[in-house]
Design a protein around this ligand. Structure first.
Ligand code: GLA
Length: 391
């Protein structure tokens, strides 16, 4: 479904349920992660982009302190009061919205005074690693800010969404997904620096696009694998802070590859393997920025392949399905580079491609994948697009 159709369906369903049009509607896109994997919570760098698919959130204020939230695709409704906003164990989709609402009011949603009726609908494929949950948080944040006359900058809203993930949804994510959704720009990548939370739009240039290839492997970040990777990175940063005297180390951002090589023997083997991934990724993003500024797509693409190798060998957040897609991509001349995108352990690969060969690329990858797994991956061309906004 196109965005316009999603919007029309949502507004129609809202009107049918509440007898009036919503007072506010906001939109927020999903994201692709292009280079820089698991660097965000290590205070490093990432290239990402907002995609042309997203989620709409429509809302009006209620007369009392009651709130009602409907997932318009399921037509499931959760009802609660301002005094009882807390993480839900059933219909857990509501946690992204209620968590965001909770932290928009600093954890005291009763301060809102009046409740709201909200409904959301989107077109981001679920479980694809395209950050549908961050999109939901960001459109909720924008819509509720408008509804309650709250003014907050984009980074603050992104952090509110992240806090909802941590405290309501149970995923200890970094800030990448929310920030990419907020700071996306048509035709541009978002280059993020998560130490200073600066977000720069970098023009992609002509004749190049992304293709997302969704594997059918499960992608779930709340089952512990993501958290254990993050923990290993934090443990490694503590170790380096101890051995690199005279240098301030708070995160793996502060550690160079040469230092890792020199001191890795002091770390448990698995911790050392985890640590080298974000260290290498930071270097690749900085190199990639230079290559991109010279229009060197092949060079940038080679870094994407290196990134995937690092995921596969060191961080161990790839899986057989994603490896199959990347290996198939390598054999296609019109693909510049490919890697897993986002948390990993399933989900999608992001390919940098010549869009005029999209059909050929999709067919070749589908053939390889199908021969191995019997089913087909979903290939879609992605246009870097505008970030979250009110509609
Ligand atoms: C998920 C998380 C992000 C980021 C990526 C990996 O998408 O939500 O914060 O850590 O994984 O780069």
């Amino acid at each position: 479904m196109q965005n316009k159709e999603v919007y029309d369906e949502l507004v129609a369903k809202f009107e049918a349920k509440y007898g009036a049009k919503p007072e506010v509607v906001a939109y927020a896109p999903g994201r692709i992660e292009v280079l820089g994997n698991h660097t965000d919570y290590n205070e490093g760098y990432v290239f990402s982009a907002a995609i042309d698919k997203g989620t709409f959130f429509a809302a009006s204020k209620s007369a009392g302190t009651d709130c009602e939230l409907t997932a318009a695709d399921l037509m499931e409704t959760a009802a609660f009061d301002l005094s009882s906003v807390k993480p839900a164990k059933e219909m857990t989709w509501q946690n992204y919205v209620t968590g965001t609402f909770n932290w928009l009011f600093d954890g005291e949603p009763a301060k809102a005074g009046k409740g709201w009726k909200g409904m959301f609908l989107g077109n981001i494929p679920l479980g694809a690693g395209l950050s549908s949950s961050a999109a939901l948080e960001m459109c909720t944040a924008l819509a509720l800010c408008k509804l309650y006359g709250i003014e907050k900058d984009k980074t603050t809203l992104a952090k509110i969404g992240q806090k909802a993930e941590h405290t309501f949804a149970g995923c200890p994510c970094g800030l990448l997904d929310q920030a990419s959704s907020m700071y996306g720009k048509e035709g541009s990548l978002v280059k993020s620096d998560f130490r200073f939370n600066t977000f720069e739009n970098v023009d992609m240039g002509e004749g190049v696009a992304f293709m997302m290839v969704k594997s059918n492997a499960k992608h779930a970040l709340v089952d512990g694998a993501y958290a254990s990777r993050r923990q290993a990175c934090e443990d490694a940063a503590k170790f380096f802070a101890g051995v690199l005297r005279g240098k301030k180390v708070t995160h793996l951002r502060d550690v160079t590859m040469a230092e890792w090589v020199l001191y890795r023997g002091g770390l448990a083997e698995t911790t050392a393997k985890r640590a080298v991934h974000p260290i290498g990724e930071d270097e690749r993003v900085l190199q990639g920025a230079e290559l991109l500024s010279k229009g060197d797509l092949a060079g940038f693409g080679a870094l994407m392949y290196d990134s995937h190798e690092s995921s596969r060998n060191w961080f161990e957040n790839s899986c057989d399905e994603l490896d199959t897609i990347v290996d198939a991509a390598k054999a296609i001349p019109e693909v510049y580079g490919a890697r897993l995108s986002g948390g990993g352990f399933g989900g999608s690969c992001c390919l940098l491609v010549d869009p005029s060969a999209a059909g050929k690329i999709a067919a070749a990858i589908t053939k390889e994948y199908k021969a191995k797994y019997g089913d087909e991956p979903v290939c879609s061309l992605i246009k870097p697009s505008e970030g979250a906004h009110l509609v």
